[in-house]
Design a protein around this ligand. Structure first.
Ligand code: UD1
Length: 417
């Protein structure tokens, strides 16, 4: 990924005012990939502008869709005929490219998708995606860095996921939309972004029902055109809520579904912040010294792994010793060494980070190594005294729609260069 500059912050910051979470990156990615199920026109609204989305739109074009952007809407129509190969050059830029596999497998007798490979936050295998597709009648082989899938048409089956994987649930849901008969997936991911994708396929005319941790989908061949507004981004909203806990800050976050963030908001209240959640608004009032917390990440409705790093940053200044345990991804503590460079006291032991809160941090040059870890460094920069330079901001730009600009509007002394 090319380097796209630095974020500079002169802290400490006091944040005040309203901020809006843009459209959901992860729901948009799953829904964009699912447009490959249909030949009908799809108008998708509230699609954020960020690198991961641009890569997915490029991939859809390459696979034969016609893609147009109009403000925050994306219009997807049939273009030059559906192709069935997702090349390495795009998949390596966006792991979520693997999400096109299920939709393509439902339509093509042979499909080739480049293997996504590992990434900075662990090996991230796709065995559950493949196991489900095999159960539905596909076979695959790995060759030359590609997964080559073939089938004589997918059939609905009962599939049990050993782990409630977000991507596997989304891929199998897309595959099930065109499979013959009913697919039942047990132990599904219940992340709001997955439920959003279910809402999307229902608008396409697919009969799909979630009950508890089970999803039933009846496959079909004809679909409705869709005009669909994607939910707001839960992780961006959560990041702003964490930033709202800074001393003397008062931030009001416009977000479509505050109840999705209860696992975070509850922890912010435990830490001493004043947090209220209304219908479309979350109000956070900072506290002069946050209290230490114990956090363990888990699939929804557990504490979201994507907010682990930003919250860890906040805890570096909390009173007492916090323990943050990461259960969803291995190796998701890359930000901890960088936070230590700012004076934080963190010891990583296996899947836990033990954080002894300090009364102050000091600005330093630090490097973002992944998306959420990058956001954590920005939060730490706003808590620290003096100047922080965050390099590697191409990682942050993958999933935040103008993070520095939004924080500047809230009053932070922050700029990009
Ligand atoms: C999605 C999100 C990501 C979020 C994560 C967990 C997108 C584009 N990304 O990622 O932001 O952090 O959910 O909420 O929506 N696993 C396997 N085998 C599989 C699939 C997954 O072992 O076949 C493991 C992974 O290695 C990981 C865990 O399951 O340790 C969670 O992965 P998963 O839920 O699939 O997350 P993603 O879809 O990759």
């Amino acid at each position: 990924m090319p380097d796209s500059g630095n974020i500079f912050i002169k802290g400490p910051s006091v944040l005040k005012g309203p901020v809006k979470a843009g459209g959901s990156k992860n729901a948009s990615l799953a829904i964009l990939a699912a447009t490959l199920v249909t030949d009908e026109k799809c108008v998708l609204r509230n699609i954020p502008r960020m690198t991961d989305i641009s890569v997915m739109l490029n991939l859809l074009e390459l696979l034969g869709k016609k893609v147009a952007r109009e403000g925050s809407a994306v219009i997807i129509e049939n273009g030059s005929g559906l192709r069935s190969e997702a090349p390495y050059d795009l998949v390596k830029k966006l792991r979520a490219s693997i999400l096109v596999m299920g939709a393509l497998a439902g339509r093509k007798s042979s499909v080739s998708v480049s293997l996504p490979g590992g990434c900075a936050i662990g090996t991230r295998p796709i065995d559950l995606h493949l196991k489900g597709l095999v159960k539905m009648g596909a076979s695959y082989r790995l060759s030359g860095g590609f997964i080559n899938l073939s089938s004589k048409g997918l059939r609905g089956k009962r599939i049990y996921l050993d782990y409630p994987s977000v991507g596997a649930t989304e891929n199998l849901l897309a595959a099930a939309c065109r499979a013959e008969g009913e697919t039942v997936i047990e132990n599904i991911s219940r992340e709001p972004e997955v439920i959003e994708m279910v809402r999307f396929v229902k608008q396409m005319g697919v009969q799909a029902e979630v009950s508890g941790d089970m999803l039933r989908v009846s496959g079909r061949r004809d679909f409705n055109p869709v005009d669909f507004t994607v939910m707001d981004d839960r992780i961006q909203a959560g990041t702003y809520a964490i930033a709202g806990c800074l001393k003397n800050s008062a931030v009001d976050i416009e977000y479509s579904n505050p109840e999705h963030l209860e696992p975070l908001l509850d922890k912010l209240r435990d830490g001493g912040a004043s947090v209220t959640a209304g219908e479309n608004l979350i109000s956070v009032r900072g506290v002069s010294r946050f209290r230490a917390l114990e956090i363990t990440t888990a699939p929804y409705p557990g504490f979201p792994t994507d907010l682990q790093a930003p919250l860890t940053a906040l805890l570096t200044r909390a009173k007492g010793v916090s323990v943050v345990t990461e259960k969803v991804f291995e190796n998701r503590f890359l930000h901890c060494a960088e936070l230590s460079r700012m004076g934080a006291e963190i010891e990583v032991k296996g899947e836990s980070a033990i954080i002894s809160g300090r009364s102050s941090l000091s600005g330093a040059p630090v490097n973002a190594m992944d998306l959420r870890g990058g956001a954590a460094l920005v939060i730490a920069g706003m808590m620290a005294s003096g100047k922080t330079r965050v390099s590697g901001i191409q990682h942050i730009e993958r999933g935040y729609d103008n993070l520095a600009g939004s924080l500047r509007e809230l009053g932070a002394d922050i700029w990009t260069k």
